[in-house]
Design a protein around this ligand. Structure first.
Ligand SMILES: NC(=O)c1ccc[n+]([C@@H]2O[C@H](COP(=O)([O-])OP(=O)(O)OC[C@H]3O[C@@H](n4cnc5c(N)ncnc54)[C@H](O)[C@@H]3O)[C@@H](O)[C@H]2O)c1
Length: 251
């Protein structure tokens, strides 16, 4: 129970890898606010947490919308009186078509930035006053190991994920005096529900071949790093990026 009584907001926590984070945080005793636009996934995740004896709350949240992110923070405070951890996991990823430079129009570019970069910024703005009042907090940004390789068909996505590294480092400097840790996790290609629907079997085998561990990465493989960064075990660590990709890249 490494997260006993910690209040943890997980954006995109109702589906895919975010769902695995929600279930794992609850297993460790955390109280989970599932902030997602996927209402069915969020409701199912909440039900599964409660059935296992954990505590969770769902709030329909669009991370690109300021009013929505403010309501998210208020919901956690009203229910539990504090916010210990924010996991900025929500992103436009598997919902995005694979588009080349020529195919990406301004609207698509801006939408990716609005969700993947403005989203973490707005969620952070919403939770920081409470974390400052507590003189304690943890912000975990979810980037991607694709920033190390590049991806010609996900220009906007990879750019947004690289932006989170600068965001993490600057935010760590800004919030250190308030005892708020800010770190990043960089997952490799993970066989999440959505990603499995996008990429064929051959892709997963090719990626596995680039790893030290020659196997497919599952959402569960990320849980250890997330629990560590959400727990007191990482209280003197900030501004860092942890690459969890089975050793494809050595960052
Ligand atoms: N799967 C991978 O291979 C992989 C690799 C590296 C990084 N990541 C990152 O991990 C995270 C989760 O990946 P995934 O495979 O589960 O992605 P996914 O696309 O399957 O799920 C994204 C989640 O974000 C939510 N979401 C999307 N827009 C939202 C918005 N405006 N407001 C609130 N919620 C919103 C979705 O409903 C969903 O729950 C993402 O940040 C992704 O970029 C994934």
């Amino acid at each position: 129970m490494r997260l006993e009584d910690r209040v943890v907001i997980i954006t995109g926590g109702g589906f895919g890898i975010g769902r695995a984070y929600s279930l794992a945080v609850a297993r460790e005793g955390g109280k989970v606010l599932i902030a997602d636009i996927n209402d069915a996934g969020a409701a199912q995740t909440e039900e599964d947490i409660r059935a296992a004896g954990g505590e969770a709350l769902v709030l329909h949240t669009d991370v690109s919308d300021e009013k929505s992110t403010e309501a998210m923070a208020q919901a956690a405070i009203q229910r539990w009186g504090r916010i210990d951890v924010l996991i900025n996991n929500a992103a436009l990823f598997t919902a995005l078509p694979l588009h080349s430079l020529e195919q990406i129009d301004v609207e698509e570019w801006d939408r990716v930035m609005a969700v993947n970069l403005r989203g973490p910024f707005l969620c952070t703005k919403a939770v920081v006053p409470q974390m400052q009042a507590q003189a304690y907090g943890k912000i975990i940004n979810i980037s991607s190991a694709s920033i190390l390789s590049g991806n010609s068909m996900r220009l906007h996505y990879v750019t947004s994920k690289a932006g989170l590294i600068g965001f993490t480092r600057s935010l760590a400097r800004a919030l250190g005096e308030h005892n708020i840790c800010v770190n990043t996790v960089m997952p490799g290609s993970v066989a999440s529900e959505g990603a499995l629907a996008v990429y064929p079997e051959q892709f997963w085998q090719q990626i596995a071949a680039t790893r030290c561990f020659k196997r497919v990465q599952e959402p569960e493989n990320l849980v250890g790093a997330i629990i560590f960064l959400a727990s007191a075990d990482s209280d003197f660590m900030t501004g860092q990026a942890i690459n969890v990709d089975g050793g494809s890249y050595m960052y």
